[in-house]
Design a protein around this ligand. Structure first.
Ligand code: CAA
Length: 394
């Protein structure tokens, strides 16, 4: 790589509400220990009725645009599993909400939870071709499962935006990567469904197989030795999955995965995901932010990332932290986004879950519900209409 390329800035957004999983455990008639300890999840973000993947994506990316301006951003790559249109990219309303230049390439990427990592790699390719070019990569998702299903306890929502550039101030994307693709039916969402079809047990075993295969490809391509990494970020459908995945990685490298080692390698990466829940494409990068916001200085150390998207595609790759990166972190803002969520009961969650936008072409104006910088104002002629929330409050 002629010029170092990677993450110049990174920002988080999540939804307006949060539900403690004790509420769900009571409804499901299970011991809350199953969710708190067995899955490693304490709370889940519940988006307000006027929030969706576009408002969260714009809320995350607006922080980056406020710091760096829109200058030289010529591409927006928005990765999501929970798209709002079968045809039009959700990057387009984000471009409009952020007043980004019309001379912008705005595209949506899809491969379940893997889309965010693929967007990062593709962004790096664009920047390598033209180092003056900056790419806004956004991973934004709302994880939603059938009511009373096993997956319901793993729901969540978040967006992570990253500015990818040459000479990045946060982390350099290392060139080696290990890949794995296989056609499996562990989790998928046909166009007619708002929730996925899931074979939960199969999905866990396919994820573990994918970790092994992606790692072996990474090794074969001359990647780093395991001991060189200062941290390991995994896609976290629930935080215990990261523990299962890392135990597999250690085992295939001849190391016994004792609890102390697992906690040391993963503990910092699970703090945010444990209270946000699954955020599909964003989850891996929420884990990265959690690590960076809680770990000691990792300057000039490498961090491993394992992205897994059901169906399935996996990638093992690495970031090298740039000296001084800690000054660029938005730790207070990240914590505030999580802490200010309004805690709600199961009944309130259920009312929000049962609310649905019209599917018959009729129009609907939405009441104010959330408090983020952007909101879904309503639906008109089958189009979602967005606005900056402050504009309606003056
Ligand atoms: N105290 C402590 N632990 C308890 C407990 C208690 N009282 N009761 C149960 N547990 C433990 C169990 O022993 C189990 O732990 P282990 O896996 O370590 O054995 C854990 O809690 C979960 O219990 P179950 O397996 O019985 O739970 P379940 O049948 O409800 O299914 C699940 C769990 C399959 C993950 C389900 O939540 C699900 O389908 N989730 C959605 C799919 C998913 O997240 N898959 C992950 C891989 S796919 C992927 O990563 C892509 C993606 O984002 C979807």
């Amino acid at each position: 790589m002629a010029v170092p390329v990677g993450i110049h800035d990174i920002a988080l957004a999540t939804g307006h509400y949060a539900m403690d999983l004790s509420e769900l455990a009571e409804r499901h008639g299970v011991d809350v220990g199953k969710y708190y300890l067995g899955l490693g999840q304490r709370e889940q973000t519940v988006p307000a009725t006027d929030e969706d993947i576009v408002t969260m994506a714009a809320a995350a990316a607006a922080q980056i645009v406020a710091t760096h301006g829109a200058q030289d951003i010529r591409t927006i790559l928005l990765a999501t599993e929970s798209g709002i249109d079968h045809s039009k990219s959700a990057a387009i309303p984000v471009q409009e909400l952020l007043n980004l230049p019309a001379a912008t390439r705005a595209v949506e990427l899809k491969q379940a939870c893997y889309g965010g990592a693929s967007a990062l790699q593709m962004a790096a390719g664009l920047v390598e071709r033209d180092p003056a070019h900056r790419v806004l990569v956004i991973a934004s998702d709302i994880a939603r499962y059938d009511i009373d299903s096993g997956g319901e306890a793993t729901q969540g929502a978040a967006a992570v935006a990253m500015l990818v550039s040459a000479d990045p101030a946060v982390a350099v994307l290392e060139p080696e990567s290990g890949l794995y693709t296989a056609d499996v039916r562990d989790f998928w969402r046909p166009n007619h469904r708002s929730t996925p079809r899931v074979d939960g047990k199969l999905s866990v075993s396919v994820y573990l197989e994918a970790v092994e295969r992606a790692w072996k490809d990474y090794e074969a391509r001359g990647g780093r030795a395991l001991r060189e990494f200062a941290g390991f970020c995994y896609h976290q459908p629930f935080t215990k999955m990261a523990y299962k995945a890392h135990a597999r990685l250690l085992e295939i490298n001849g190391t016994a995965p004792d609890q102390g080692l697992l906690d040391r390698d993963l503990g910092h990466t699970t703090v945010y995901n444990g209270v946000i829940g699954n955020s599909y494409t964003a989850s891996l990068f929420v884990g990265l932010l959690s690590l960076l916001d809680h770990a000691e200085d990792l300057s000039e150390r490498s961090v491993a990332l394992l992205s897994y998207g059901s169906g399935c595609v996996a990638e093992f790759f690495a970031l090298r932290m740039v000296p001084g990166y800690r000054q660029r972190l938005r730790t207070e803002a990240n914590r505030a986004a999580i802490e200010r969520r309004e805690r709600i009961s199961y009944d309130r969650y259920r009312a929000i879950r049962d609310f649905a936008l019209p599917e018959d072409g009729s129009s609907l104006a939405l009441e104010h519900d959330g408090a983020g910088p952007f909101r879904l104002r309503g639906v008109s002629d089958d189009s979602r209409i967005y606005e900056a929330r402050r504009l309606t409050r003056v």
